[in-house]
Design a protein around this ligand. Structure first.
Ligand SMILES: Nc1ncnc2c1ncn2[C@@H]1O[C@H](COP(=O)(O)OP(=O)(O)OP(=O)(O)O)[C@@H](O)[C@H]1O
Length: 270
């Protein structure tokens, strides 16, 4: 009998507290993210989803607690350790946060320029590869961020997040502002990349379609902590008003039906 290999936590958050003045956003928050999973972070508006992401990637200093990413303490560890682990993750923010004065290719090259010593030719070739990996046409390489559609900007941000071949990708509201077809295409892309590259994906989202389509697990923020975590199918059983409303409401039912129909069609085709 084959035994399942033990799960490896690539992110370990313990006793996290985030506070802005008198406002406590997180209090004793704990979370594990497993290697290779797509984890969806959900919760009502203002529950601190983005703050959690920003704290893990070092853009916000917590009031208390520890965070280990790939075994490195990114809160209390040395700057050197932090920098070494930073290269092993990529982040794509909601609005893309691309450098407006750089072309798409230059944006994707930027992390390589900062962290690697590569020739211009190699950097350009790798940049073009990442850009094609996210489904953008070669023509997009020379465009400026202001010349891109919202969906293209998100893909360009993803290409930049993939620049250093990361093990973990953080996505903040990746499908926000996309039309349903664009959002579904983006979900598919994330799913494909996750399988092909063995990525761990930490995704803050409000999008129920994404949660049903690509997330292995969800973690729900409520009451200043991770109130519930597990496969999405378990969420309707959680006794919390927001979780009940979110996961059993008409939008959740529609998203679930959509995924079931897609799975049925796929199994008929195979
Ligand atoms: N730098 C900051 N200074 C002060 N307050 C902040 C700061 N960053 C976030 N907050 C507050 O922390 C709370 C959580 O913010 P966050 O953006 O993480 O919420 P969210 O769950 O991502 O919300 P949404 O779903 O609406 O995007 C909010 O009340 C916000 O105003």
């Amino acid at each position: 009998m084959q035994s399942t290999p033990p799960r490896e936590a690539v992110i370990e958050v313990r006793g996290l507290r985030n506070q802005f003045g008198p406002q406590v956003v997180h209090d004793d928050l704990n979370l594990d993210v497993w290697r290779g999973e797509v984890l969806g972070i959900v919760g009502g508006s203002g529950t601190g989803k983005s703050v959690l992401l920003r704290t893990i990637v070092g853009l916000n200093s917590p009031a208390a607690g520890s965070i280990k990413v790939l075994g490195v303490d990114v809160v209390n560890g040395s700057e050197e350790d932090r920098q070494s682990v930073e290269r092993r993750w990529g982040v794509a923010f909601q609005d893309g946060a691309l450098f407006s004065s750089l072309s798409v290719l230059q944006n994707v090259e930027a992390p390589m320029r900062e962290h690697l010593k590569l020739s211009e030719n190699l950097m350009s070739a790798l940049g073009q590869l990442k850009i094609s990996l996210v489904g953008l046409q070669p023509l997009a390489c020379g465009k400026m961020p202001s010349e891109l559609s919202g969906g293209m900007r998100k893909r360009a941000a993803l290409a930049r997040a993939l620049a250093l071949d990361p093990e973990i990708v953080f996505l903040d509201e990746p499908t926000a502002g996309l039309d349903p077809i664009g959002a579904a295409a983006y979900d598919e892309l994330i799913g494909e990349l996750q399988h092909a590259l063995g990525l761990t994906v930490f995704m803050v989202t409000h999008d129920l379609d994404s949660l049903y389509a690509i997330c292995d697990r969800v973690a729900v923020l409520a009451e200043k902590r991770v109130y519930a975590e597990g496969p999405i199918e378990m969420m309707p059983e959680v006794d919390h008003p927001w979780i009940q409303e979110y996961f059993t409401g008409p939008r959740a039912r529609a998203a679930q039906t959509k995924t079931e129909t897609k799975t049925d069609t796929a199994s008929l085709e195979s």
